[in-house]
Design a protein around this ligand. Structure first.
Ligand code: GRF
Length: 202
């Protein structure tokens, strides 16, 4: 049976993309295949990572494409590549309700905290870890979820907890959350979603 055709949408470093590509190479993503990496910035290092794995790339830079045109171009690229699952991995463009509807149940995201805590509008990147430290919670983590119209509000697919330690800075905590949670659960969750999309039990 053919694998689910996956597009990964990135804006920056792409360490989650790397984890997904590594998982695929190691044979841990048998039900999916990353066939396209989309970036909304031509400087996104994720593009280099994709090229190193011979994965096709498409760039719709925020400076060249106003929001609506960018989204239309991304949608056209996804259709053109017959994408079955859209994976957001540090993608800094908020998708419109129309886009989300188009791929309902077939868009996933990873958030660097245990949702529903520390999510929602404005909660991205280091802001999340700053908020976690400011509140003084002792446990944080990462959440993989389906994308719906509500920012960070879609059904949860997977979560993993990570300890907050005395003296953590937002940067230190961000690295620990990535290493101990994000890079582990995202490839696994994607494989499970692909399996489900193929109609197999997980
Ligand atoms: C990750 O922390 C992820 O949880 C969030 O954006 C960051 C992306 O990092 N959505 P990277 O580009 O995968 O390195």
């Amino acid at each position: 049976m053919s694998a689910v055709r996956i597009a990964v949408l990135c804006s920056g470093g792409g360490t989650n993309l790397q984890a997904i590509l590594d998982a695929a190479r190691a044979g841990n993503l048998p039900h999916g295949q990353v066939v396209l990496v989309v970036a909304d910035s031509r400087e996104a290092y994720a593009l280099e990572r994709a090229k190193n794995f011979n994965v096709e790339t498409a760039v719709f830079d925020k400076r060249d494409y106003p929001r609506a045109e960018r989204e239309a171009a991304i949608l056209a690229a996804l259709k053109g590549h017959e994408i079955g699952l859209v994976v957001l991995a540090g993608f800094m463009t908020v998708l419109s309700p129309a886009f989300v509807k188009e791929y309902e149940g077939r868009i996933v995201n990873i958030h660097p905290a245990l949702l529903p805590s520390f999510g929602g509008v404005g909660m991205y990147g280091l802001h999340v870890h700053e908020a976690v430290l400011a509140r003084g919670v002792k446990v944080t983590g990462a959440t993989v979820h389906y994308v719906t119209e509500e920012c960070d509000g879609g059904p949860i697919i997977a979560q993993k907890a990570v300890e907050v330690r005395e003296g953590d800075t937002p940067e230190v905590l961000q690295q620990r959350v990535m290493r101990e949670a994000e890079w582990i659960i995202y490839p696994q969750a994607i494989e499970n979603v692909c399996k489900k999309l193929k109609g197999e039990r997980i």
